[in-house]
Design a protein around this ligand. Structure first.
Ligand SMILES: Nc1ncnc2c1ncn2[C@@H]1O[C@H](COP(=O)(O)OP(=O)(O)O)[C@@H](O)[C@H]1O
Ligand SMILES: [Mg+2]
Length: 360
């Protein structure tokens, strides 16, 4: 139960929206496609599902080629044994819950007794069996989403595909459903591709995240790799909160800011680039009262002044002007706007990122 995508290309007329992307999803693996609106996530998912015809490349599901347009292979969607959940749920209002869930089996002409059995199994898994005779209008948004989930898993699909399935739910329900989908996916042990523009969803649910931008993959890795070592500014910005300070190679070793403050950075394996920045995550910066950097000396110590303060309950987000750089800091200590402060951070939480070249 795996998916293999190689050099997938998709065009709409003269416009290429997926530019030859490649990735694998192993058996039981949960992969997210993460990126801003319009970057090609849905198109990629629909090409895997067979709801769109790809223009180039090869897609395999369990080693079976389901899409290779250059060889004239495009297996129709209903033969790909895929379970898919859409943002809109796409459940039919005139059908009962059971009829909705059984629909994919009915069109495959599965015997009625088997349909009933498999529908009940699927409804049991999502905790909706007692509501099998209801109509969608008698269900909450979260319950409707579970019907869509049950319908996706009913035929024992080879792979599961999700397209922003939580974006119509309110925040509390979204979190609960996130955990439920993840539990379900583990139980079924099925290769899964999950499309989202929500970085928190992608980080918390995925074994690996594939970050997309303008129809290309900018980075693929585990949630920790992406958060700790984003390959470039785009990924650093998109995944989590961060501040950036322009840096240059210092004479000798290490790095320094424009105002000559020396920084020790995590620069292992950073790509070659014309320009670099140091990325700081707000929760990994220590903030202390007073301007003490000059007294202390040492690396990774910046003096600054609090510009803004936003109380968020669990912590306060401060915006600090540190030698001209604007740095976000999360802290449980109290400071006032205008306070002089000193910032410190460990080199392993200060990652060198490349500023991308503009693409022609
Ligand atoms: N049927 C279509 N015809 C023409 N352009 C489309 C069509 N579907 C999507 N696109 C374009 O393809 C690009 C990628 O869209 P999509 O895959 O939906 O992005 P995402 O899901 O990441 O928001 C967008 O520029 C979008 O406008
Ligand atoms: Mg989309």
């Amino acid at each position: 139960m795996s998916i293999n995508v190689q050099n997938l290309v998709k065009r709409y007329g003269a416009l290429t929206v997926v530019h030859g992307i490649s990735f694998d999803v192993g058996k039981g693996e949960f992969i997210s496609l993460l990126g801003p609106s319009g970057c090609g996530k849905t198109t990629t998912l629909r090409c895997i599902a067979g709801l769109e015809d790809a223009d180039g490349g090869v897609i395999r599901i369990d080693d079976r080629v389901v899409s290779a347009p250059e060889q004239g292979v495009l297996v129709p969607a209903h033969e790909r044994q895929i379970g898919m959940v859409f943002q809109s749920y796409a459940i039919w209002p005139h059908m009962t819950v059971a009829a909705n869930v059984g629909f994919p089996l009915a069109i495959r002409k599965v015997a009625a007794a088997d349909v009933a059995k498999q529908v009940d199994e699927a409804l049991e898994i999502v905790g909706m069996r007692h509501l099998r005779e209801r109509h969608p209008s008698q269900l909450s948004g979260g319950q409707q989403q579970r019907v869509a989930l049950a319908r996706a898993i009913v035929g024992r699909p080879r792979v599961l595909l999700f397209d922003e399935p939580l974006s119509n739910l309110d925040a509390k329900l979204r979190e609960g459903t996130r955990i439920e989908i993840k539990r379900l996916q583990r139980e079924l042990d099925v290769a899964t591709v999950y499309v989202t523009h929500d970085q928190e969803e992608a980080l918390s649910m995925s074994d690996r995240v594939v970050v997309m931008d303008q129809g290309r993959i900018t980075q693929a890795g585990t949630p920790k790799e992406l958060y700790r070592r984003p390959a470039n500014r785009f990924v650093a910005d998109f995944v989590g909160r961060a501040s950036f300070i322009d840096v240059e190679r210092a004479n000798g070793a290490g790095w320094s800011t424009a105002s000559g403050i020396r920084l020790k950075l995590d620069d292992a394996g950073a790509p070659e680039a014309q320009r670099y920045q140091a990325m700081l995550r707000p929760e990994s910066i220590e903030i202390a009262p007073g301007a003490t950097a000059r007294v202390e000396g040492g690396d990774n110590v910046l003096e600054g002044r609090v510009l803004e303060s936003h109380y968020l309950g669990a912590y306060t987000e401060y915006l600090v002007d540190a030698s001209g750089a604007r740095v976000k800091v999360h802290s449980r200590s109290d400071f006032d706007v205008g306070d002089a402060v000193t910032l410190r951070f460990a080199p392993e939480y200060c990652r060198l990122v490349a500023l991308e070249e503009k693409r022609a």
